[in-house]
Design a protein around this ligand. Structure first.
Ligand SMILES: [Zn+2]
Length: 185
């Protein structure tokens, strides 16, 4: 893929996420108002190819591309659901999504009769530590994404379209899970 096409996809993804309120008030460039010229190039270790400074969370993107070389896009959001999940009193280390038809929107899942254990990592400003936890968890089995407690969602796809579908699926399923817990006696 040409850099200009990839940059345009990132610009469009930023607008799409912003329109849904899933990337508010981030430090750095506003995700709804990105221009192709705001997109920079880095290597697989997160070192910038141009003179600008990449995002502090760059290691969390790079680790996924190293763990799963078929990935074409890693997307991070700061939605309300992605942020609050895991802040409950149980401090859960996963959210188990089970029995939902829409689990089939995740790659490689063909039935609702399955359970996806989505990891929840504790937030830290030390991205090397977090990237290490993600890699360690991945060695024990792949997952369609993960949450960082009080922070947000990371998910991915072989294309940007697939990654954004995954963002949408997570938002829907976490909404379902929240409603389900409210319905419990
Ligand atoms: Zn973040």
């Amino acid at each position: 893929m040409q850099f200009s096409d990839a940059a345009q996809q990132i610009v469009s993804a930023g607008r799409w996420l912003d329109a849904r309120g899933w990337a508010p008030a981030t430090s750095g460039c506003h995700k709804g108002r990105l221009e192709a010229s705001d997109v920079m190039t880095i290597d697989y270790d997160g070192r910038p190819i141009d003179p600008r400074r990449p995002s502090a969370e760059t290691p969390l993107h790079c680790v996924m591309y190293r763990l799963a070389p078929t990935l074409g896009a890693v997307v991070h959001t700061h939605s309300v659901l992605g942020t609050i999940w895991g802040l409950g009193p149980d401090r859960a280390s996963t959210v188990d999504l089970e029995g939902y038809e829409l689990l089939k929107a995740f790659p490689g899942i063909a039935t609702h009769e399955t359970r996806v254990a989505v990891p929840i990592f504790d937030n830290t400003q030390d991205m090397a530590v977090l990237a290490h936890s993600v890699a360690e968890r991945w060695q024990r089995g792949s997952c369609p994404g993960y949450l960082i407690r009080g922070h947000g969602l990371y998910t991915w796809g072989t294309t940007m379209e697939e990654a954004l579908r995954s963002v949408e699926t997570f938002e829907f399923l976490l909404s379902c899970e929240l409603e389900k817990r409210r319905l419990r006696p």
